[in-house]
Design a protein around this ligand. Structure first.
Ligand code: ZN
Length: 218
C-alpha cells in the first residue's frame, strides 16, 4: 500500500539507516500511532549498499532478540523499506506445538516478501506485536501460505509455509503493507498480556471465545 497524500522524506534512506546504526544497543521500536507503521514501504532495490544492508539486518536481528520477538519489520524501527527478519526457536510445550503448529523457524531475512493463502483453511490464535506492547488479540489467518521473496543475497524464495511460521510471515509482511495485526483481529478478544497469561494460556482460544464473546473460524 502506497500513500498518495503524505510526501515521503527527501532524505536518502541510507542516511537514515546510518544514523540509526550509529547508536549503541538495540534499535528503538516504533509504537502504534506513528504514521511510518501505516504508510507502506518501498520495495528494496539497492537503497542500502551490501555492507549497510548486512549491518541493518544484523541490527534488526539483535533488536528482535532483545525485545524479545519472533519477527521484526523495517517500519517498526522507522525505516520504510520492504525488509523484515523472522526467527522462532519455538520453546513451547508439546500440546501447544501440536495445537498451533508452532515449530521452529530458523532465522531468515525477507526482502520484498509477499504471500498468498494456499487452500481455504484458517486458524485463530492470540497474537501480539512489538509495536503494540502490552496487548494481544485473536487473529484468524490462513494456515498455509505461499511466500515469495528474495533473501538478503538477492536469491529468489518461493515456498509454502504452514502453521506458526506461516502466521509470522503473514504478520511481518502485513507490516510492510502498513497493516497491523489489530486490523485483522477479533476486537472482543483484545486482552492484556497479564490476562492472557492468567486466563488464556490454553493451546487454543476456544475458552476465550466463549468467555469474551467472539467467533472462531469453523
Ligand atoms: Zn508486529
Amino acid at each position: 500500500m502506497a500513500s498518495t497524500d503524505v510526501p515521503s522524506s527527501s532524505r536518502p534512506l541510507s542516511d537514515q539507516v546510518e544514523e540509526l546504526l550509529s547508536r549503541e544497543g538495540p534499535l528503538p521500536i516504533v509504537a502504534a500511532g506513528d504514521p511510518v507503521l501505516r504508510r507502506g514501504t518501498e520495495p528494496f532495490d539497492g537503497q542500502l549498499d551490501p555492507g549497510l544492508l548486512d549491518r541493518f539486518v544484523a541490527a534488526l536481528r539483535a533488536t528482535m532478540h532483545a525485545a524479545p520477538g519472533v519477527g521484526l519489520a523495517a517500519p517498526q524501527v522507522g525505516v520504510p523499506l520492504r525488509i523484515a527478519v523472522v526467527e522462532d526457536p519455538a520453546p513451547v510445550p508439546e500440546e501447544v506445538r501440536l495445537a498451533r503448529g508452532r515449530v521452529p523457524l530458523p532465522f531468515r531475512v525477507l526482502v520484498n516478501p509477499s504471500y498468498e493463502p494456499v487452500g481455504a483453511e484458517r486458524a485463530a490464535f492470540f497474537e501480539g506485536c512489538l509495536s503494540v506492547p502490552g496487548w494481544q488479540a485473536v487473529v484468524a489467518r490462513a494456515v498455509r501460505v505461499r511466500l515469495t521473496a528474495r533473501d538478503e543475497h538477492g536469491r529468489a524464495v518461493d515456498e509454502v509455509l504452514t502453521g506458526w511460521p506461516a502466521r509470522i510471515v503473514q504478520h511481518e509482511t502485513d507490516h510492510l503493507d502498513g497493516t497491523l495485526y489489530l486490523d485483522r483481529a477479533e476486537p472482543r478478544s483484545l486482552s492484556s498480556n497479564e490476562a492472557v497469561a492468567l486466563r488464556w494460556a490454553q493451546p487454543t482460544p476456544r475458552e476465550a471465545a466463549t468467555a469474551l464473546g467472539f467467533d472462531l473460524p469453523t
